[in-house]
Design a protein around this ligand. Sequence first.
Ligand code: OOG
Ligand code: MG
Length: 248
Amino acid sequence: MSADVHALATTLEAAVRDRRAIPKLTDGADLDIASAYAVQREVIERRTRSGERLAGVKMGFTSRAKMIQMGVDDVIWGLLTDAMLAEGSVDVSGLIHPRIEPEIVYLIGREVRSVAEVESCVAGVAVGYEVLDSRYEDFKFTLPDVIADNASAARFGFGAWHAPRDLSNAGLLMEIDGRPVQTGSSAAILGDPARSLRAAARLALGAGTPLEPGWIVLAGAATAAVPLPAGAHVRITGAGLASVEVTT
Ligand code: OOG
Ligand code: MG
């Protein structure tokens, strides 16, 4: 690993603090996938050391719609903390250039000790949203850049929990101020978001941070993300999962 993990983590932290987009790290550093995850971990550890608590895992680029939008071609993951949880409103003035996307959300009910048991550990499913805020200029990055940047994670939220069920083909609709802006199906998420859930369990176990009771798993957006302006009212609806709303 040749990258200076601490220095790169500090650069990303400064972008968040100053609400200013930075050139992508790979412009100036030799960053491979492993060192990119080390940078991600360092940023998250600094946040947990300053009092935030881990709240779950987010999967990224689990649909072709997202891979095409962002020009990358591999599944990635990041970590969620309680400070990212938005309950019904997001103050976008604290963000650089936020975007919002619909998510399928799993609630973990007990510790996941193996990938095989993860589905039996799910306590609930919901429709939700993720607010992304790449710390990079113009939301442009390579795979190591976006991994280091915790998969662009900024905020997330979810609607009411429903009993676990087959989500292999649930319709999804995202509306802003009453206008439909994205439609899709959960089938776009690796064919079935349950696959993304299993990948989350595998990655979390492999990293020594198994999915814990109360944690959230965001399976990844089935559609492209859209810019999230101030003064917006966003509603995400999932077939059989009702709706969740968020205002900015
Ligand atoms: C990276 C985050 C991808 C998803 O659901 O696919 C992601 C980005 O698009 O900036 O969260
Ligand atoms: Mg997402």
